[in-house]
Ligand binder design. Structure first.
Ligand SMILES: [Zn+2]
Ligand SMILES: [Zn+2]
Length: 164
C-alpha cells in the first residue's frame, strides 16, 4: 500500500483547495482523508514543494467512502484533470463543460484511464504534456510512501505554524 495525495482546486469557491489523501493498493485506491485548505493555501504549498517530485500515475479505480465524499467547499464529487495548466479541480459531473479554476479556460470533459498523485499532492508536471505531446509518466518508488508521509507532515506543520 502506498499513501499519496492529490491537491484539488474548488471550481466553485475561488481560492479554495483541498488535499485528497489516497491509500493505493494493487487493484484500487481508497480516499482515506479530505483536508480542506485555508484560503489560497495551495499557492503557499506549491512554493514549498520540491522542484523535481515524483508524480505517480494511477490506473486503478479511486473509490470514495461515505465519510470522504466530494469537495469540502461545494460538495461536488467529480474531479477534472487539466492538461493545460496541470491542476486537478472538483467538477459537476452533470455538466459536459468545465471551467478549470487553475487556468480559467473552458474544456469539454472526457473520462480518463489514469489519474496522478504525489507526496505533496501537486500533479501538474504529470498532467502537462511533454515535448512528445504525451503526459509525462513516472514509476513507483519503494520509498515513496515514506517520503509522501514525511512531506505531508512537514506541510501540515508549516501550515499550523501560521498565526491564527
Ligand atoms: Zn468544490
Ligand atoms: Zn487548467
Amino acid at each position: 500500500m502506498k499513501q499519496l495525495n492529490q491537491l484539488i482546486l474548488c471550481s466553485e469557491s475561488e481560492g479554495r483547495s483541498f488535499l485528497r489523501e489516497l491509500a493505493v493498493f494493487d487493484q484500487f485506491a481508497i480516499v482515506t482523508h479530505i483536508e480542506a485548505m485555508p484560503f489560497r493555501y495551495h499557492e503557499t504549498l506549491k512554493k514549498l514543494k520540491k522542484a523535481k517530485e515524483e508524480i505517480v500515475p494511477l490506473t486503478v479505480p479511486v473509490q470514495r467512502t461515505h465519510r470522504h465524499t466530494g469537495c469540502p467547499f461545494c460538495g461536488r464529487a467529480g474531479t477534472f484533470q487539466c492538461n493545460g495548466c496541470g491542476y486537478v479541480s472538483c467538477r459537476n459531473g452533470a455538466k459536459p463543460d468545465h471551467i478549470c479554476p487553475g487556468c480559467k479556460k473552458t474544456f469539454k470533459t472526457a473520462p480518463v484511464d489514469v489519474t496522478y498523485a504525489s507526496g505533496s499532492g501537486f500533479v501538474n508536471d504529470g498532467l502537462r504534456p511533454d515535448k512528445t505531446g504525451n503526459p509525462q509518466s513516472a514509476t513507483f518508488e519503494t520509498d515513496l510512501w515514506k517520503r509522501a508521509n514525511g512531506k505531508l507532515i512537514k506541510l501540515i506543520n508549516h501550515r499550523n505554524a501560521f498565526p491564527s
